[in-house]
Design a protein around this ligand. Structure first.
Ligand code: ADP
Length: 275
């Protein structure tokens, strides 16, 4: 009883037999907030000088450097880009984890969005461009409402990975319409590759921060080990759940379902303008 009075005096909101639990939760929340603020400050502070390093490297590369200098500058450029990606990814994860990510709800054309991504990645695609395919169910409504930026980020990451881990093979992205009712469309997305695959014991951990397939894979392919963490969190933010199926040396399939509101206004406008 005495103990509870003291706690009440020290301004704790609730005090009952679960008191210890409430205190622990408050402490954890405070620690998590402090950690998040620290990460955010450090990342922002690092970004400013890094931008200067990247900018100057870019300028020097444009000034016809000697062959020996070119090698150093290229290495500087690679490291600068890596650090920039890394810092941006840390900031992104931090933002999602501290519930600061805001979702847009604007109309977008899914087919165009996916075609743009496909075209932008063609340059780094497989030797045989025919093996890099995009399949979109024609029954999907043309305009949907949602967050096209977050969607692009998800696809960029997953397709980039599929291409990175597939040398000679197939990488395909497919979207199917699962249902269309009451102005809502549920779509099923899948990114499939015939690359190196992921061992069974890594199927869950690849989604954890800084987790990579193995030391050898990391050395060979590079990367930060944060891409899939972001993808998983973004898909969950959009109301979906990522699923991974993979067999070593056969390939991987990342899939998820998402529900979108259909942009009815666009449908009406389209019908009206029909000749
Ligand atoms: P990274 O920047 O290292 O690619 P990710 O979080 O995107 O980080 O991926 C984590 C790890 O998951 C990769 O290092 C790789 O081992 C494995 N991985 C991801 N996508 C694929 C894929 N399509 N095929 C094989 N392995 C993959």
């Amino acid at each position: 009883y005495k103990n509870n009075i003291i706690r009440k005096k020290s301004n704790l909101l609730l005090w009952d037999k679960n008191n210890e639990l409430i205190i622990a939760k408050e402490k954890a929340e405070k620690a998590s907030k402090a950690r998040s603020e620290f990460l955010s400050t450090v990342s922002h502070e690092l970004r400013t000088p890094l931008n200067a390093i990247n900018g100057i490297t870019h300028l020097l590369l444009e000034e016809n450097p000697k062959k020996s200098q070119l090698q150093y500058l290229s290495s500087l450029k690679f490291s600068g880009n890596y650090l920039t990606t890394f810092i941006n990814e840390i900031l992104e994860i931090n933002k999602i984890e501290s519930n600061k990510t805001e979702l847009e709800n604007i109309n977008f054309n899914l087919k165009e969005l996916l075609e743009d991504i496909q075209n932008s990645l063609k340059a780094i695609a497989l030797k045989n461009n025919d093996a890099f395919t995009l399949e979109i169910d024609p029954n999907i409504p043309e305009y949907l409402l949602g967050d096209p930026t977050k969607l692009s980020q998800i696809f960029m990451n997953l397709i980039n990975n599929a291409l990175k881990f597939t040398k000679d093979g197939h990488v395909s992205t497919s979207v199917k319409l699962l249902s269309l009712k009451e102005g809502k469309a549920t779509l099923s997305f899948a990114i499939t590759d015939t690359g190196i695959g992921i061992p069974e014991d890594k199927l869950v951990t690849v989604f954890e921060s800084f987790s990579q397939g193995s030391v050898e894979i990391n050395r060979k392919y590079g990367g930060t080990g944060l891409g899939l963490t972001i993808v998983k969190k973004l898909i969950e933010l959009l109301g979906g759940k990522i699923k991974l199926e993979s067999i070593v040396d056969k390939g991987s399939k990342f899939s998820f379902d998402l529900k979108f509101e259909v942009d009815e206004l666009h449908l009406v406008t389209k019908e009206k303008t029909k000749p």
